[in-house]
Design a protein around this ligand. Structure first.
Ligand SMILES: Cc1ncc(COP(=O)(O)O)c(C=O)c1O
Length: 486
């Protein structure tokens, strides 16, 4: 987050922290009788046990991640996995020469994921780890932009006549807007048509293509709803378009959620490199890859799709290795944790863990249906992302936002947020069922949901217009909004 200096509410002096290295008990210590520094660092050191207690007490004011039902990222790993991460925390994944085994393990993960995504045997795939899907999407987008520019120049297209464009449904995650803003690209956003069609329309996507299109981005697990775009249909339409197009258009699949779920649970579903026009795919290791944040992966089906001018070299075992990353230093922990998971779970284990999450999601869906006030938009059958809205009831005076607020009373953080462009009048709620959520937890949620609904029915009897600010919505729904309006 970009932090902006705000006026401190009190005189800075009142926040000055001058410890005396006292040996009195933790909560009787001199330090616990003073405010922690807000603006300037304290002059003196304090004891680690006191520092730890004060800091962990400060942390207590965050929500409990296990109660955070809106987040996609892992909120639990086994003690052994945690230990692996702690063991690797001081390594730097970019120092290939100093930590060659981290590099080796990253390569093994790339191979494993390329195989899971059916990379063709007769092509030379390339891939890398990233900090998350956002960095992975940025890299995928940059590769498409640079490749388009080179080919356009060769084909005699005036690259300065228009901005290059990218085609995606309005269900895109904010990273694609960021990518377009940061790299000066026109975002061609195709509105999802209706509540029954929460995905990219392949024909509309083709109709939006022109000589300046760098690529189309279908999504496997739309952030809002968990629905999938039909990539087989898109690939087929694109195949026809590319036959006569002056410059062919590729597909980058944003599989942030689906990428490490589908290969285990539904390997027959075709969406990956089995489709000819899919040139790159990104995913989050910290979503259904079951690793703590932040880890992502991006893969190109062949080196042809990753322009060389984007690559940098680092020393590795007496030679040089190509790298493609926005960040430089970051710990090797997440890479090791991903490898631990691959070794620990294997295909069978991943399948079992994910299928259990799906069962828990379906259990939640059934319970929600029984409450009698919701319309289910995604049951969690395709991926454990359950999404619903209130059904029509003229008499009901409360909204999804009131329910989200009431659930906070029980500790649950469960988002209510509006759908994107074209459907923005519809508000929905979503639970991403993760591996650490059990039937028991979901039954407690349903119990609290029922109590919340009864409470709201009794206490909110008059419809009032409560203006929900963007901050409110974003705070709950794991979204980011642009500061400056377009
Ligand atoms: C479809 C999609 N793409 C990209 C992202 C960004 O992922 P990350 O949080 O791993 O950067 C998300 C996150 O929810 C997502 O759902």
């Amino acid at each position: 987050m970009l932090h902006v200096r705000k006026n401190v509410e009190k005189e800075e002096k009142e926040y000055m922290f001058t410890p005396d290295n006292s040996t009195t008990p933790l909560f009787g210590s001199y330090e616990s009788d003073h405010l922690l520094p807000r603006e300037s660092i304290n002059e003196k050191a304090i004891n680690p046990n006191i520092a730890y207690q004060l800091i962990s007490d400060e942390m207590m004011h965050d929500g409990n991640p296990r109660y955070n039902l809106c987040t996609f990222v892992q909120t639990y790993m086994e003690p052994e996995a945690k230990q692996v991460m702690v063991d690797a925390i001081a390594t730097n994944a970019i120092d290939k020469a100093e930590y060659p085994q981290t590099t080796e393990v990253e390569k093994r993960c790339v191979n494993i994921i390329a195989n899971l995504w059916n990379a063709p045997k007769n092509e030379q795939y390339m891939g890398t780890s990233t900090v998350g899907s956002s960095e992975a999407c940025m890299l995928g987008g940059m590769a498409m932009k640079f490749r388009w520019r080179k080919r356009a120049q060769t084909l005699g297209i005036d690259i300065n006549a228009k901005k290059p464009n990218l085609i995606v449904s309005s269900g895109f995650q904010v990273v694609w807007e960021k990518f377009c803003v940061y790299w000066d690209i026109e975002l061609r956003e195709l509105p999802m048509k209706s509540l029954n069609e929460l995905y990219l329309d392949p024909k509309a996507a083709i109709a939006a293509c022109d000589e300046y299109t760098i690529g189309i981005v279908p999504i496997m697990g739309i952030t809002y709803t968990g629905t999938f775009d039909d990539i087989v249909a898109l690939d087929k339409e694109l195949e026809e378009y590319n036959k006569t197009a002056k410059i062919s258009v590729p597909i980058h699949v944003d599989a942030a959620s689906g990428g490490l779920y589908l290969p285990f649970v539904n390997p027959e579903l075709v969406w990956d490199f089995r489709l000819k026009n899919v040139v790159s795919i990104s995913t989050s290791g910290h979503k259904f890859g079951l690793v703590y944040p932040g880890l992502g992966w991006v893969m190109w089906r062949d080196k042809e799709y990753l322009p060389e001018e984007l690559l940098f070299k680092v020393a590795y075992l007496g030679a040089f290795e190509p790298t493609f990353q926005i960040n430089f230093s970051r710990p090797g922990s997440q890479i090791w944790a991903q490898y631990y998971n691959f070794v620990r779970w294997g295909k069978e284990g991943y399948k079992a863990v994910h299928e259990r999450s799906r069962d828990v999601g379906l259990f939640l869906t059934k319970g929600l249906e029984k409450l009698g006030v919701f319309k289910i938009l995604n049951s969690g059958e395709n991926i454990p992302i359950v999404c619903w809205m209130l059904n029509e009831d003229e008499k009901r005076a409360w909204t999804e936002y009131d329910l989200a607020d009431r659930l906070r009373y029980y500790g649950w953080q469960l988002p209510a947020y509006p759908l994107p462009k074209n459907l923005e009048d519809v508000s929905i709620m979503r639970v991403v069922v993760r591996a650490d959520q059990s039937m028991e937890q979901m039954s407690l949620l349903l119990r609290d949901m029922k109590e919340s609904i009864d409470y709201l029915n009794q206490h909110v009897t008059e419809k009032k217009v409560v203006k929900k600010t963007e901050d409110h919505v974003a705070g709950y729904s794991h979204t980011e909004k642009r500061l400056l309006k377009k």
